[in-house]
Design a protein. Structure first.
Length: 142
């Protein structure tokens, strides 16, 4: 019975990590919305002076990184699982894989790097907290 209860706690921790991590990441990214700095564009008028261009055309939205939802789910599962398995050093592997995998995209997508860092930190914090909570509960079952 204890094995099944332990397995249930681990499964619940993994599910909580995924669900709560998603909610927290979305909430933190909404709070951290940074206003975009809009620099004026200039053109030369008939006399050769630089004058600002007044435009009412909407600016394109910020670039989003593809696959962010699935990457976040997998990273939270890996981090929570590593904490529960008593191998926190595996978190470094998750960080390295995520950083190296996203590096080319982050170089090209200007404003996405801040969102990447904020979302990653929020996601990692939830995953570690849930993993530590599960580690605190598991010994009580024996």
């Amino acid at each position: 019975m204890t094995v099944w209860l332990s397995a249930l706690v681990v499964a619940a921790a993994l599910a909580l990590s995924v669900g709560l991590g998603l909610a927290v990441s979305v909430l933190v990214l909404r709070w951290a919305r940074v206003p975009e700095l809009v620099l004026p564009e200039y053109e030369r008028d008939a006399s050769g002076r630089l004058v600002p261009i007044l435009s009412t055309a909407p600016k394109p939205s910020r670039p989003l990184l593809r696959g962010g939802l699935w990457v976040g789910i997998l990273e939270r599962l890996a981090i929570t699982g590593a904490i529960i398995a008593q191998h926190p050093e595996l978190i470094a592997v998750v960080v390295a894989v995520k950083g190296l995998g996203r590096y080319p995209e982050l170089q090209q997508a200007g404003g996405a790097s801040e969102r990447f860092i904020i979302g990653t930190l929020a996601s990692f914090t939830v995953a570690v907290a849930v993993g530590l909570a599960a580690c605190a509960v598991l010994p009580l079952l024996h």
